[in-house]
Design a protein around this ligand. Structure first.
Ligand SMILES: [Zn+2]
Length: 235
């Protein structure tokens, strides 16, 4: 293998691997975008939920206050009745009703107070809710700008490397080009493998001194273990 062919193979291997990495990263783009969109949608949902919850709590408070009013009216009627009853039996029945209504009233009052405090806390937290939502939107926008810039850069890089690879491929002698093509078609970039010392960098097998010498002498040599076209790594 001539020194220049070794250089060509080394460069082809580097370019093909780089192109594969670029393609992988470009292909990952839509999945990352989808994950970002899901995150943004979740944040939007959380923002909406914060307001919806306060709204619901306020409605509940209103309902409970209505029920409290009804019970207070009931208690007032019972108090009047208690003064009018004549028998012990009637007295006991009224007292039992008053006790039940009073217990209900206490529970409602406690519940209303809890709701009021809950609404206060949630309302006080609204600036944080707003900030979180604003941050999420800004972050997404920033991601979109960066992702686009990055994609543009990668596509440019891809074009440049494709053109460079064509040039390198064109320098491969016709008598080995068929084998080279089959290898990179079958194995992708790793149809080529560096040989470091006697070790194939693809499969870690050892080639013979003879093979190494053939390679140094300019022959086209494939690893007898993994079949990849070898080139000296040069280090
Ligand atoms: Zn090998």
């Amino acid at each position: 293998m001539s020194a220049s062919l070794a250089t060509v193979f080394r460069e082809c291997h580097r370019l093909r691997r780089h192109l594969r990495d670029l393609k992988d990263e470009i292909d990952r783009g839509p999945r990352i975008l989808k994950a970002r969109q899901t995150h943004l949608a979740n944040e939007e949902q959380a923002h909406k939920l914060a307001y919806d919850t306060i709204k619901k709590l306020k409605l509940k408070q209103k309902d409970d206050e209505g029920s409290l009013k009804t019970i207070e009216q009931q208690l007032s009627r019972l108090a009047t009745r208690a003064m009018e009853v004549t028998t012990m039996k009637e007295m006991q029945a009224t007292k039992s009703e008053i006790d039940q209504a009073t217990a209900k009233k206490n529970i409602l009052e406690d519940t209303i107070l809890e709701t009021i405090l809950d609404v206060e806390d949630r309302t006080a937290d609204l600036p944080n809710v707003e900030k979180r939502w604003a941050d999420a939107q800004a972050e997404f926008k920033e991601y979109q700008v960066e992702a686009k810039e990055r994609l543009d850069r990668m596509i440019e890089d891809q074009k440049r490397c494709d053109a460079e690879l064509l040039k390198q491929d064109a320098q491969i002698p016709p008598e080995v080009f068929g084998q080279y093509s089959r290898l990179v078609k079958g194995y992708g970039p790793d149809g080529l493998a560096g040989l470091k010392g006697l070790i194939c960098q693809q499969c870690r097998s050892k080639v013979t001194e003879g093979q190494r010498n053939d390679l140094e002498g300019g022959a086209f040599v494939c690893c007898s273990s993994c079949g990849r076209a070898l080139y000296p790594t040069g280090d």
